[in-house]
Design a binder for this molecule. Sequence first.
Ligand SMILES: Cc1cc2nc3c(=O)[nH]c(=O)nc-3n(C[C@H](O)[C@H](O)[C@H](O)COP(=O)(O)O)c2cc1C
Length: 308
Amino acid sequence: MPNIGSVALKNNIILAPLAGVSDYPLRQLSRDFGVGLTYTEMISAEGIYRNNHKSKHFTFVKNEHPICAQIFGNNPDVMAYAASYFEDQGADIIDINFGCPVPKVAKQGSGAALARNTKQAVAIISSVRKALSVPLTIKMRLGWSAAEENYLELSRQAEKEGVNAICLHPRYATQMYTGQSNWDKLLLLKQQSKIPIIGSGDIKKSIDITNHLSQYGADYIMIGRGLLGNPWLISEYLQTPPKHIKDTIELHFKYMVDFHGEAKAAKLFRKFISKYLKHFSNAKELKGLGNKLSGLLDLQNLLGLINV
Ligand SMILES: Cc1cc2nc3c(=O)[nH]c(=O)nc-3n(C[C@H](O)[C@H](O)[C@H](O)COP(=O)(O)O)c2cc1C
């Protein structure tokens, strides 16, 4: 398994950046299960430049390693500023988001919109690369649409500019999250690249990890939605002792309480509890309770009602 620049990872599994989801508690839990690297949610470079408290809160905590801080924006100088800021804060790797298709981001000319503006994307990479000593990665899709597919060209230029690894989520921006990711496209990227390639998209089971590594030659596998409510796919793949289901759910919630406070944690945890409950035969009857969760006692009560 190759290093990402100067950073050696203990294995080839990466927790994906998931805005509004891959917060510190989820990253902690994923590390407990053994992932080799975690990404922050995407962070607005403008927000960092303007000293926006919310942008800073989204980031990572001291001594959280290894951590890749992902930034988005479209101004090369502002992106370089934000990248340096996170390097100073202790980020091991910086990643530039060229893949986010959501209108709020793309309308500003950031994220996946930069896939349509290779010149600006390369200017950003060049500016950020010069500002950093830590490794730099980019995360991209296949292009804006099938008619504007340009991931191979952007990757070639990114590699020339000194990017240390490329993450590909092989969908077009216009697809958002519909259809299937097309990993055959990743094979082509792998064939033209000398730097490590990270594959992202539709990994749901531990067998998917094994298959995608061998069939498509990815150096690393990034997992997003498949890990929500199912961190066990990591322990299955790494063949580490499985962690107890109820204990894991409670631990995840406790991590959230420590980070967000109990009331906010209870609200935020609702998006995870429905996924965790799928492991149990009486999931349907417990869903209502999961949606009303207001604190640790409620969660413990719910866990007591679970049929294993
Ligand atoms: C709720 C959600 C938030 C996401 N946020 C980000 C993000 O902040 N940055 C990014 O590069 N990709 C983001 N993605 C894309 C994921 O990182 C990943 O590439 C994509 O979901 C495909 O992988 P998966 O099928 O394993 O989820 C997000 C996806 C989802 C579903």
